[in-house]
Design a binder for this molecule. Structure first.
Ligand code: ADP
Ligand code: MG
Length: 690
């Protein structure tokens, strides 16, 4: 144990066996360094240390005393063990109880001096300390005194274990070098790094937690800013293709649409078009809530690029969505003789004749298409020649994907313009901080005539009623989605449960309707057929796994039923709901849970959906309910780069931006700031390993 350093594997620490190290690994903790950088998300406040005769009802207290007596009893129902103890100090004696921890009488014995922390209650007429945290005074007081850290842990790992491990290695925090410039630290009065790390785990006071947090958040955002400024500078250096605006054609295209563009759509389209003709590589994020009509904005850009004799690539996260874009664009451009093709790992398709051999097909697609549509995997392929615009739909890790794409094709002299489409609600301030190298267009308004989707949690006894309601709608020739529960880490089980649900609904609930099944494991052609049948209204109800989460656009669908709704995050549920209500028919979203909702949190989370209909409000609620440790969840892991920084802290974002600009303006390559440069390097490596 003497030789531990920051790179030591957690499994080598005292008290960490195989099982434990597995559990820690599951949290992403492999080395001592990881452990030190795994920060608590809140604290129990046991700063009030009192003498026993001073304790008051309902107070959180910390006290030190000697065990006079300790014994286990069986409760009157003979089911539960109760451990009772009498603990005294020089001022008095207090009763202490624990439930179902019979082992305590082995750990704690009469005569032991212990430190206890917990809440005091009145019980059977006397003040009692109920289920307190405890530890022998000989082992320190990290669990029972002061601000006691609470980590975000998976089950089977206890806070106590975690605190023990962290306390074993926290001294090594001193070895972590400061990387922020000294002047900056001094001018902004920031706490030095090693001190901040120590304080964030085991704070001396509330004030010091605050200072530590400030310092760590500053560091994270500052780094992010530096990175985006460097990226922006690099982009500027690259020669760009100039795309002229074809006004007449664009106007004609827009006039012939079945709808009128919203003002926000027009504005966004104009921002993109202006960028394209500037002679500088565009790098833009188009943000608009689910259903706000981002595709058509992208289409306007595509039209202009193609009319300048250049090519476009459009990438989607799923094959199903890529196919949908293929069909949508074919339809949109049917009067424009544009050559559009679909390039998937298993299927190649185009609206022009292809060759027999796959290799030749691919070559032809590359050379002859105006628009190539595929999944995000296109990112990793060679660019087609004359590629001028790369669009990536539903991408949550914006900057990262883009830089990967560009670095893939470094040998080219010019870089394609880049447009990301997203429904992730990023406040402008945050986008600035996070994606400062990207410009931002926002579509705020939904197209006219859209109605709020009526959203309800349906209890088990109302299930049949809901089914009857759905039948009425189906009889009006509307259509429904059924999303089956998420089964984490097992697509196989998820598919199985969707199949079972399909069977049940077909046989027992909707025998007179047509049902279809959609999941990720279907063959490419099967997916195509199911989606086409649903679009052609040959299927009334589409039973699906979570693959329909993003992008799918079926105007006639008006009902979204989500099974096991509690297993999904709010952002995900909002996306599912966005699959309906895309026309002007009143639409409904019914949330079923796999079991009766017991936790108030779950209930709050799900009810938020009935109340709020925009992604930003829902993201904020998610943030409040989950605590800042787990903002946006794992799914949108673009955000997990930030461990602490508050995404909505505009002041901090501004400050870090200013400081980063000062440095980059003076020293664009960080030659005089090697510590920042190095930090940036390790940081990037960590992110890419995620
Ligand atoms: P998202 O922003 O979620 O990608 P889409 O681009 O798929 O949304 O558009 C959702 C639906 O709304 C599509 O069927 C599209 O044709 C339609 N739509 C887009 N813009 C408008 C508009 N201005 N008025 C009416 N419908 C529109
Ligand atoms: Mg979309």
């Amino acid at each position: 144990m003497t030789n531990i350093n920051l790179n030591t594997q957690i499994s080598e620490l005292k008290g960490v066996g195989k099982t434990l190290s597995k559990k820690l690994n599951a949290l992403g903790l492999k080395t001592v360094y990881d452990l030190i950088f795994y920060f608590p998300f809140r604290y129990d406040d046991f700063s009030r240390q009192v003498k026993i005769d001073h304790v008051k009802e309902n107070e959180n207290v910390s006290l030190v005393g000697t065990i006079e007596l300790i014994q286990n009893k069986k409760s009157w129902r003979q089911k539960k063990y109760i451990t009772e103890a009498l603990v005294s100090d020089d001022s008095g004696t207090i009763k202490v109880v624990w439930f179902n921890q019979a082992f305590l009488t082995k750990t704690l014995q009469t005569g032991d001096t212990i430190s206890l922390a917990g809440k005091v209650k009145y019980s059977y007429g006397q003040l009692t300390l109920v289920s307190p945290q405890y530890e022998k005074i000989s082992q320190g007081k990290i669990n029972t005194f002061g601000l006691v850290p609470i980590y975000s842990l998976s089950s089977n790992l206890t806070q106590k274990q975690m605190r023990f491990f962290v306390s074993q290695v926290i001294d090594l925090a001193k070895k972590i070098p400061e990387w922020l410039p000294k002047d900056l630290l001094k001018n902004l009065n920031l706490m030095p790094l090693s001190q901040a790390i120590l304080q964030i785990h085991f704070p001396g006071s509330k004030k010091s937690v605050e200072l530590a947090r400030q310092r760590l958040e500053f560091g994270e955002l500052f780094l992010r800013q530096i990175k985006s400024l460097i990226a922006k500078n690099n982009l500027k250096k690259q020669a760009a293709l100039t795309i002229d605006f074809n006004e007449k054609l664009t106007k004609e295209f827009v006039d012939n649409l079945a709808f009128t563009l919203t003002n926000d759509q027009k504005k966004a389209a104009w921002e993109i078009i202006s960028d394209l003709k500037k002679g500088q590589t565009m790098s833009r994020l188009l943000e608009g809530d689910v259903g706000s009509g981002k595709t058509i904005v992208a289409a306007i850009a595509i039209l202009n690029v193609v009319k300048n004799d250049y090519k476009c690539a459009l990438m989607a996260p799923t094959e199903i969505l890529a196919r949908q874009h293929f069909h949508t664009l074919k339809e949109l451009f049917k009067n424009y003789s544009l050559k559009i093709s679909l390039l998937l790992s298993k299927a190649l398709e185009a609206n022009f004749p292809l060759e027999k051999s796959r290799k030749k097909q691919k070559e032809k697609i590359y050379s002859e298409s105006d628009i190539i549509i595929g999944t995000h995997s296109l990112l990793f392929q060679k660019h087609p020649e004359k590629l001028a615009l790369a669009i990536i739909d539903e991408q949550h890790r914006f900057g990262v994907a883009q830089r990967q794409y560009l670095s893939q094709n470094k040998q080219e002299k010019t870089a394609p313009h880049f447009l990301s489409l997203t429904a992730t609600p990023i406040p402008r301030s945050l986008a600035l901080a996070f994606y400062g190298d990207l410009d931002l267009s926002i579509i705020k308004e939904q197209p006219k005539g859209r109605k709020k989707i009526i959203t309800e949690i349906i209890s088990e006894e109302k299930r049949d009623q809901a089914y009857n309601f759905i039948k009425e709608k189906l009889d009006l020739k509307q259509q429904a989605f059924v999303v089956c529960p998420l089964i984490e880490n097992s697509q196989k089980l998820e598919v199985k449960s969707a199949k079972e649900e399909l069977k049940r609904l077909k046989e027992q609930v909707f025998p007179e309707y047509n049902l279809g099944l959609l999941h990720g494991r279907l063959k490419s052609q099967e997916k195509e057929k199911v989606m086409k049948d649903f679009l052609d209204k040959k299927i009334d109800i589409l039973v699906s796994t979570s693959v329909v989460e993003v992008g799918i656009d079926i105007k006639n669908a008006s009902i979204m039923m989500i099974e096991g709704a509690e297993r999904f995050g709010l952002a995900q549920l909002h996306q599912f709901r966005g699959r309906v209500g895309r026309g002007d028919t009143q639409s409904y979203c019914f949330l079923f849970t796999s079991q009766e909702i017991k936790s108030e949190k779950t209930f709050k989370r799900l009810s938020a959906l009935s109340q709020y209909h925009d992604g930003l409000s829902l993201a904020k609620i998610d943030l409040d309910l989950r605590g800042s440790g787990d903002i946006y969840g794992k799914l949108q892991s673009g955000f997990s780069e930030l461990r602490l920084a508050s995404l909505f802290d505009y002041e901090l974002i501004k400050k870090t931006r200013e400081e980063a600009e000062k440095i980059i303006n003076k020293d664009p390559e960080l030659k005089n700031n090697p510590t920042i440069k190095e930090k940036l390097g390790t940081w990037e490596r960590n992110i890419h390993l995620e």
